[in-house]
Design a protein around this ligand. Structure first.
Ligand code: IYR
Length: 272
């Protein structure tokens, strides 16, 4: 009989404290208690795990299996039409579309649900011009030799160079920042976990959301891109993760053939 345990949980409930408001168990055992401490601690752990609030899973949709297969194929058909684009049109894209796509990205799973990301959407032509200026300065050094021969050779089939006119032409640049510290609620300063993984997943969601909405994208990574902190007014504790360029393709836009060859299933997957 774990009287200490039940006493502690009883206090928590009476005081109306939930786990989310920082409830802590206090071990209240008499010296010489017949229950070993390790057992009490195990019970306390289990009790604290079951203290978290739950909701019924109410929005899962189940499909008959043939429909699942058809849906999987339809999505594959959709996503394989996404290509990294460098020839953007200056045709405007309403801010509301970008906002909704960012909301979609914000639903991504993250370490301890800390959502360690910030999306700075740049539509102001003067700010885009500044981003272009700073990015091209870094890229000139990169393509001028800083990258090293092997990297430049790997990039050759893409035909990229230090000129980044799309940074001004495209209607939106979304600078994505990874937050080392934060928390599940705004204004917190806790340690974040699996930051790169989380921000990578959210970026993937954003790319899919923009594509699904009918926009082209480019994951652009000027290196280094610390200048984005200054331009976007983000603190040093945030690391620029990627600059996502989005908008409509220019008339007659092309893509490098090299980027369209994808590894077959047999090469990228194994089943056990
Ligand atoms: N940051 C450069 C170089 C570049 C690097 C990789 I890896 C790419 O897949 C593409 C480009 C640039 O954006 O041009």
């Amino acid at each position: 009989m774990l009287s200490g345990l039940w006493y502690a949980t009883g206090i928590g409930r009476r005081a109306g404290l939930g786990v989310s408001s920082g409830f802590r168990f206090v071990l209240l055992t008499e010296p010489g208690s017949p229950t070993p401490r390790s057992e009490i601690e195990r019970e306390l752990h289990e009790a604290s795990m079951s203290e978290h609030e739950t909701l019924p899973l109410s929005d899962f949709l189940e499909y008959p299996q043939p429909e699942m297969q058809a849906r999987a194929e339809a999505f594959y058909g959709e996503i394989r039409r996404r290509h990294s684009l460098r020839d953007f049109s200056d045709r405007p894209v309403p801010r509301g579309i970008i906002e909704t796509c960012i909301r979609a990205a914000g639903t991504a799973p993250s370490g301890a649900n800390h959502q360690p990301w910030h999306f700075a959407a740049i539509g102001d032509p003067a700010v885009k011009a500044l981003v272009r200026e700073k990015a091209e300065a870094e890229e000139r050094a990169f393509y001028g030799g800083k990258a090293g021969a092997e990297w430049l050779e790997a990039l050759a089939p893409l035909g990229t160079d230090a000129e980044k006119p799309f940074l001004e032409t495209a209607p939106w640049l979304i600078a994505i920042f990874a937050q080392r510290r934060g928390g599940p609620e705004a204004g917190q300063d806790l340690k974040n976990y699996y930051v790169s993984e989380s921000v990578g997943i959210a970026t993937g969601f954003l790319i899919c959301a923009l594509h699904h909405a009918g926009l082209a994208t480019l994951t652009h990574t000027p290196k280094p891109m610390g200048f984005l902190n200054e331009i976007c007014g983000r603190p040093e504790s945030e690391r620029p993760f990627v600059l996502l360029v989005t908008g409509y393709p220019a008339a007659g836009a092309t893509i490098p053939r090299h980027a369209t060859t994808k590894k077959p299933l047999e090469e990228i997957a194994s089943f056990f």
